[in-house]
Design a protein around this ligand. Sequence first.
Ligand code: SF4
Ligand code: SF4
Ligand code: FES
Length: 284
Amino acid sequence: MVEFTLPKNSKITGKGKVHRAKKAKGAKLRKFRIYRYDPESPENPRVDVYEIDVRGVSMILDALIKIKNEVDASLSFRRSCREGVCGSCAMNINGANTLACTMGLDAAGSGDISIYPLPHQPVMKDLVTDLSNFFKQHAYIEPYLRAKTPDPEKERLQSHEDRVKLDGLYECILCACCSTSCPSYWWNGDNPGGEEYLGPAALLQAYRWILDSRDELTNERLDRLEDEFKLYRCHTILNCAQVCPKGLNPAKAIAEIKKLMVNRPDGRGETESKPASAKTKEHA
Ligand code: SF4
Ligand code: SF4
Ligand code: FES
């Protein structure tokens, strides 16, 4: 039985700081309650309240940037593209994992807005989590094309029909919203040196390469997922599909891999365990 042990100093205690907005005519004020943690301080985490004028601010990320620029430069968070493409601004907003750059203030209701780091990951500072384990798991599924046949003179071609089969899989931006909202991943996702559940993001990508008509190591890929933890700790709770900001369905991909495991032929031929839909290898 796994036991949760909260790291020392991880509980939110005491009162956070309150930053009030200056009164201004016509100001549209909103309050943000933001998790703060400083690894260099002996103090436990706290929640600070920032009241700001949100006129001209449309997205949650814009509000965070305004707070950092105008109120408190010590607030730390990740962001890069501001377009829902890089995945770096993933955080927990009003109780759900999502991207701060694609969530509008209007989608956060009319009350105060609570912002926390992604759940169940080590916090490095404020809203910045350590995703080393998440990316190690992504590397484990070997997220690149693998083939046994010699390289062709030019690229390995794929028919339009086979390419379309990857829709709903290739769009993942590795934001980690799904894995860090998965209760099974919370329990089983991090077991250094032992068996661990790879989580919905890594498994979605595993299926993306299993399904790719150009990839020739389907059986080896299935072998790497074949134990009690890596794949089978998904219990179809579907939090992953609910939160994915790109509208993907990792749970469905996981179910497809499970079906493939069951249908593996004893002979383990290289192409026999491809799903029927992926067996065609016509090249355009
Ligand atoms: S469906 Fe599977 S991967 Fe998705 S949240 Fe549930 S247990 Fe996790
Ligand atoms: S599947 Fe969706 S939620 Fe999960 S990492 Fe990819 S984009 Fe993010
Ligand atoms: S800043 Fe890139 S996804 Fe939000």
